[in-house]
Design a protein around this ligand. Structure first.
Ligand SMILES: Nc1ncnc2c1ncn2[C@@H]1O[C@H](COP(=O)(O)OP(=O)(O)OP(=O)(O)O)[C@@H](O)[C@H]1O
Length: 832
């Protein structure tokens, strides 16, 4: 921060005589600086004008001006993405040099180059005309942009190219002259540095930077800065000199991006009061020209220490400004949608910074706001330009409601009533004396007053200013006077108030007010910081919850997929099972059909064994209870009851197994011959009978096999042989057995294939096995009981001895291999 502790002759206002000392009295009166116009809703609404001005790239100050196309000199290289601004008269497109999409932004008008006249004529002159014609109560022009983009160049200019403020002053008096009406012009110039208001005119007048900042009083929609000096100015050159001198006091310093970077927002206000017959009528209008400090990126400016703090303050206030415009835009869009448009209006955060507090009126859409956004054609200004372009695009969507100033000036707030005329008069004179005492030394050094004072204005204060005086300073002084009177007692009251005491109290009150402002600001900053922290932590929590929800959703989706796959698999298995079930009867049919031939062959061979084999079956039919005996329990025991005489051995030898079901004849243990004859009868009947009732088909088949079907007998013999237990199979089957064996072997392999093709019902196979075993056991025991040493008996005995083991089942019937296999499977035994 550059503080000019002691201005040299050059820096001081060269001709302070331009400022009437008597007029300074008026300059301390509290008047609203920027206020909202009294407009009816929906009336005088117009879009906010946004002008864009592009500073040429370095070394290209002479680039083509104002025209469309690409500026020369845009090739300055730097870090970051290289950009180029392509323009038309109303549009700017930011193009990346490395390619990519460009975005176009529209503005009221786009300016390029260094010429100030054109910019002034387009952007400022209309505002000045409105001021002079008192057509708009309050107009504000703001220059916005990153540091070093030409805001100060535009507002202040150079000797060769005067900026907007000198041009405005010069043109103002021309217009007033043309109008031919009497006016009073009051000038204010102050800066907002680190969120505090400093009076630049006062500093210029005193010859040093004033250390005390001034409080801002927001009075409803209006804003006042008590203590701010207002200078009457009757000529353009006086105003220009005043401005030039005060500008030098404005805080500036060199940064990485700008050798004369403004570290504060500077506000130059021209207030025009209408005067008729030497008296102010009450109608007034203001035009404020604001040179905002430039937004800075710490990375680019490389600021540290106080400059970094300044930078942070600048960025904060500009950010609040941006948020105000955003909120205003939101509210206006909401209002345009009408009732029921959805959403709630936002609070416009004007109170969050001094800058926005000062311009509360226009930032809430009341009054006339015009913006210029400043850009740079330098290649490496991509980010800063983009930010500025977006700000401009947002602002250009706003509507402003401006109206002519009302006949009566803005009224002081209800809490601060005007003082009674007598007391006010007294205080004014007291105040005037005190002020003259205070400021006199500064003016004593200056040349004599060049211009004659405006007598009417000087001697007789205007009624409107008397009213407005009570807004702040009057109030303070009244309270101070009251306090003094109370303290001094009746003598002092009668003799008047001691000026020094009043002054002291007044200073004290002002100090307290300033302290109050500081406290308020600190509290507000703390609240904002806390709120931001809260929002940030809430955002973190929200993010965590969102991530967790995403994880859960993913898990849910995976589980749903697995479930669907499992359901598909289950459905496929169900289908397979159904197909299996559907195919089972036909397979069994096929097996039966295949067995017809061997049976027929067996039947045709006149095998007595076969004939006998059916006899027990028939017996079983006669005694169905036989089939109900569980294998290995009753049947063998019953076999004991079977007759085992040697006379019957020949027959029994031929049908050792066929006799097994005779166990069903336990009620008739002495009728083996009957059973045998029944078996023969069964054989004669085609050998298809004799299945015990209650057995399943397979069980029946197994039993039948055991009972003496020829093939089964052969198979049983073979199976017995395979177990290596008794005699060779041919010995048990004889001649006929050879034939049967050969056929049975072929059929067996076929059968095995057939049975291996399909899964045989375990239960059925088990039953077949047990029934067969039962039959074997019964037969063997029957034979054994006889003491018969026939081959079949020996075989049966061997099986009973357990030598056959599980393979006995395979020796039983055509089904038995499967049954055996199934049993092995069940028992977890591998086939040897
Ligand atoms: N349109 C222009 N034509 C020629 N020179 C320009 C133009 N705009 C700016 N400049 C030059 O660029 C330099 C920086 O401009 P200026 O100080 O006005 O930037 P700024 O935006 O006010 O920066 P800051 O915000 O840091 O104060 C100055 O030397 C100025 O003369």
């Amino acid at each position: 921060m550059t503080e000019q502790e002691d201005l040299g002759e050059d820096a001081r206002i060269s001709d302070v005589s331009e400022i009437e000392p008597r007029r300074l009295r008026y300059s301390e009166e509290v008047l609203p600086l920027h206020w909202s116009d009294a407009v009816q809703p929906g009336k005088c609404v117009r879009p906010l004008k946004v002008y864009a001005r592009i500073k040429p790239a370095l070394g290209a100050a002479a680039a083509p001006e104002g025209g469309a196309g690409i500026s020369a000199g845009a090739a300055a290289a730097g870090e970051g993405p290289q950009q180029l601004l392509q323009t038309t008269s109303t549009e700017i497109s930011q193009v990346l040099r490395c390619g990519g999409n460009s975005m176009a932004y529209s503005f009221t008008r786009v300016f390029e180059g260094s010429d100030q006249e054109e910019f002034y004529g387009t952007a400022i002159e209309p505002l000045l005309e409105e001021l002079v014609g008192l057509r708009t109560g309050s107009s504000v022009f703001m220059a916005y942009g990153a540091s070093g983009t030409g805001k100060s160049y535009t507002m202040q200019g150079t000797a060769a190219q005067p900026g907007m403020i000198p041009r405005t002053l010069s043109r103002l008096y021309q217009l007033l002259e043309e109008r031919g009406k009497e006016h009073q012009v009051q000038l204010c110039f102050y800066e907002v540095y680190e969120n505090r208001v400093y009076d630049l005119l006062q500093s210029a007048r005193l010859g040093k930077r004033q250390a005390q900042h001034l409080p801002i009083q927001v009075l409803g929609a209006n804003c006042c800065v008590p203590g701010l000096l207002r200078c009457h100015c009757t000529a353009a050159d006086a105003g220009q000199r005043l401005y030039a001198a005060a500008s030098r006091i404005r805080t500036q310093s060199a940064t990485h991006t700008n050798s004369e970077s403004s570290r504060s927002h500077a506000v130059f206000t021209i207030q025009l009061l209408e005067v008729e017959q030497g008296a102010v009528t009450g109608r007034s209008a203001t035009l404020s020209l604001v040179d905002l400090a430039g937004a800075e990126r710490a990375g680019r400016t490389k600021n540290v220490g106080s400059k970094l703090r300044e930078s942070a303050n600048i960025n904060t206030s500009l950010s609040v400004l941006g948020r105000c415009l955003e909120a205003l835009r939101h509210n206006q869009a909401l209002a345009a949608r009408g009732p029921g448009g959805g959403g709630a209006p936002r609070v416009i955060p004007v109170r969050e910074s001094s800058l926005t507090s000062l311009f509360k009126g226009v930032l809430t859409g009341q009054g006339n706001l015009v913006l210029s956004v400043h850009l740079s054609q330098h290649g490496d200004e991509y980010d800063t330009n983009r930010h500025t372009l977006r700000f401009g695009a947002l602002a250009s969507r706003l509507q402003m409601a401006a109206a002519a100033p009302a006949a009566a000036p803005p009224q002081p707030p209800a809490g601060l009533p005007p003082l009674p005329p007598s007391q006010q008069q007294q205080q004014q004179s007291t105040q005037g004396r005190a002020k003259r005492q205070r400021v006199q030394p500064a003016f004593e050094e200056q040349p004599p007053i060049a211009e004659a004072p405006e007598e009417g204005v000087d001697e007789e204060p205007e009624p409107d200013t008397r009213q407005l005086k009570a807004v702040a300073q009057g109030e303070v002084e009244a309270r101070a006077a009251a306090a003094v009177e109370a303290e001094a007692g009746p003598d002092v009251q009668g003799g008047g108030v001691d000026v020094n005491v009043v002054e002291a109290l007044r200073a004290q009150v002002q100090q307290l007010q300033q302290q109050l402002v500081v406290v308020e600001e600190t509290a507000r900053a703390a609240a904002v910081a806390e709120w931001e922290e809260l929002v940030a932590s809430g955002r973190d929590e929200l993010e965590e919850a969102r991530q967790r929800a995403e994880q859960l959703e993913e898990q849910l989706a995976a589980a749903a997929k697995e479930l669907a796959a499992a359901q598909r698999e289950a459905a496929a298995l169900r289908r397979e099972l159904a197909q299996e079930r559907a195919a089972r009867p036909s397979r069994e049919e096929a097996l039966e059909e295949r067995m017809v031939e061997p049976r027929a062959a067996a039947g045709g061979s006149q095998d007595p064994v076969a004939g006998q084999a059916r006899a027990p079956a028939a017996g079983a039919e006669q005694h169905p209870e036989a089939g109900r005996h569980p294998p290995g329990t009753e049947a063998p025991a019953q076999g004991d009851d079977a007759p085992g005489t040697s006379g019957r051995r020949a027959e029994e030898e031929r049908a050792p197994l066929a006799a097994l079901p005779s166990s069903g004849n336990q009620q008739q243990p002495h009728q083996p011959a009957g059973g045998a004859s029944a078996g023969r009868a069964g054989a004669a009947g085609g050998g298809s009978t004799g299945r015990p009732r209650g057995s399943s088909k397979r069980t029946g088949a197994g039993a039948a096999a055991g009972e003496g079907a020829p093939g089964r007998v052969a198979h049983a013999a073979e199976g017995t042989s395979a177990t290596g237990t008794a005699d060779p199979p041919q010995q048990g089957t004889g001649r006929h057995g050879h034939t049967c064996k050969a056929e049975a072997t072929g059929r067996r392999s076929k059968r095995r294939r057939a049975t291996e093709d399909c899964e045989v019902d375990e239960e059925a196979a088990g039953k077949a096995h047990t029934t067969t075993k039962q039959a074997h056991t019964a037969g063997a025991e029957e034979l054994g009981a006889d003491g018969g040493a026939g081959r079949h008996a020996g075989q049966g005995q061997a099986e009973l001895d357990g030598t056959a083991g599980d393979d006995m089942a395979t020796a039983d019937a055509g089904k038995t291999p499967v049954a055996g296999r199934t049993r092995r499977k069940r028992q977890g035994v591998r086939k040897p």
